[in-house]
Design a protein around this ligand. Structure first.
Ligand code: UDP
Length: 445
């Protein structure tokens, strides 16, 4: 029997499955977030269904990830990988399947949608079954358009859909202050609907390790100044900026740039064209012998890469949150990041690392030179980073906050015209408590 205190949660993540290998073009932070949130919610006693797209014909209808977490594969177009930009036309199929599943399961207490297309499914479940909707966007179309311009291949409807999802959600989760500001500034979202919950890091998996031992395990030289760049291989991550900074370093600095990530475990430029572009740039700048591309790496080996580094660098053009700086800090390494999005919120300037302007290789080169010249400062920053994430960015804290939000939206009257979102529960009189629709649905199974 299910404890009535525990919730039945539909975690929708149409393109980012918790089962996918991470590090390619379309699998990164959102996959990690959904996997971790699902596991931690289950650990609290909640029952979680992760609804994601069936992107391979061999995938079973559902997979039990752990006790309390089931990944359900829903049809949405051909059962093969598709770029997320091409998924919108297949969403009606996904939404109908989500509706059937919900009816069959006797409903959910809350839907937590991740990304705007999942938000469409969340809106439908709210409309059909009166299930409260919490949304985390992970990325916003207008921000992307601001930075990517014509390179943004998402359909124009994305923006209007995002607006509708923001209006229909009982609570919208901003991942950092910049995300909050963007939703208010660009979408005119009522700030009272917004709640800020960052991402987290597992400080047991990601922990400090001896640098030289990690290098020996990875076959890396002991005497180089290793700069680590790790993440999805897409232009907006600004890896070219790091290569340009490397070329500006004094020739006497024995620097090596280690680039982890790609569509495949081998750093083959046919499989990951972005690696080809970056290799050509490194060759052009005369630093190709100092750059090592590893390809995609599995999560269990990542702590070794962080530990092997002297410094972790990430200089994207924009960043909705950015989990990699948290991982580097958890491993006790200083971080130099661009002063954008979530990075400027997680990296404490001058304490856990440095913030530099994006697309500014000179500024990055200066900070790298400083850390190379002062290893004890770099070590102190690494230690400070570890304390910082343990204090402020654990997954335990993240899911406790989500749990509070999920419970609070249970009390919002169906046609909530007050716009008070998640702030209601402490003040709402008893008669506003909503009836959780599950009972009403049992008959439809
Ligand atoms: N990652 C990985 N293997 C790789 C490259 C990246 O597991 O080869 C992970 C990385 O550790 C991080 C996630 O992918 O957890 C990237 O998340 P982040 O929030 O930094 O960026 P996003 O993908 O959301 O743009």
């Amino acid at each position: 029997m299910r404890d009535p205190q525990n919730l039945k949660v539909a975690l929708i993540s149409e393109h980012a499955s918790p089962l996918a290998a991470v590090g390619g073009v379309d699998a990164g932070g959102q996959n990690v977030y959904v996997a971790k949130v699902a596991l931690m919610l289950a650990r609290m006693g909640h029952q979680v269904d992760v609804l994601t797209r069936r992107d391979h014909p061999d995938l079973p209808g559902s997979v039990d990830l752990t006790r309390g977490v089931r990944v359900v594969h829903l049809p949405a177009g051909p059962a093969q990988p598709l770029p997320k930009e091409a998924l919108l036309p297949h969403m009606p199929e996904f939404i109908s399947a989500a509706e059937r599943l919900t009816r069959h399961n006797g409903g959910y207490d809350v839907t937590h949608a991740n990304f705007f297309m999942s938000g469409m499914a969340g809106m439908r479940l709210k409309e059909a079954f009166d299930i409260p909707l919490v949304t985390t966007f992970h990325a916003l179309g207008l921000v992307r358009r601001e930075h990517q311009g014509l390179a943004d291949a998402f359909p124009a409807e994305r923006i209007e859909i995002e607006r509708q999802v923001m209006q229909s959600s009982d609570c919208v989760i901003a991942e950092c202050p910049q995300d909050h500001e963007d939703m208010v500034r660009l979408y005119h979202t009522d700030a009272r609907r917004l709640s800020m919950v960052p991402c987290g890091v597992d400080t047991t998996d990601f922990r400090p390790m001896d640098r030289q031992r990690a290098r020996a395990a990875l076959g890396l030289r002991a005497d180089e100044f290793i700069i680590l760049q790790l993440g999805r291989m897409v232009p907006r991550k600004g890896v070219d900026n790091v290569i340009r900074a490397l070329a500006l370093l004094d020739a006497r600095v024995p620097a090596r740039l280690l680039v982890v990530g790609g569509n495949h475990p081998s750093p083959d430029e046919h499989l990951t064209p972005e690696i080809g572009r970056l290799r050509r740039l490194a060759r052009c700048l005369g630093v190709h012998t100092q750059v090592t591309f590893t390809g995609q790496r599995s999560r269990d080996t990542l702590p070794l890469y962080y530990a092997a580094a002297d410094v972790f660098v990430t200089t994207p053009w924009y960043e909705p949150f950015g989990i990699t700086p948290l991982e580097a800090m958890a491993c006790g390494r200083p971080v130099i990041g661009s002063a954008v999005g979530g990075i400027q919120y997680t990296v404490v300037e001058g304490v856990t690392g440095y913030l530099v302007p994006p697309r500014h290789p000179q500024a990055l080169a200066e900070r790298l030179t400083q850390l190379h010249a002062n290893p004890s400062l770099a070590d102190a920053m690494g230690r400070a980073g570890r304390c910082h994430v343990r204090r402020s960015f654990t997954w335990e804290q993240v899911v406790q906050e989500l749990d509070r939000i999920y419970r609070s939206v249970q009390y919002i009257p169906h046609f909530n015209s007050w716009g008070l979102g998640h702030m209601l529960p402490d003040t709402a009189p008893p008669h506003t408590a909503r009836v959780i629709p599950m009972e009403g649905l049992h008959g439809h199974a």
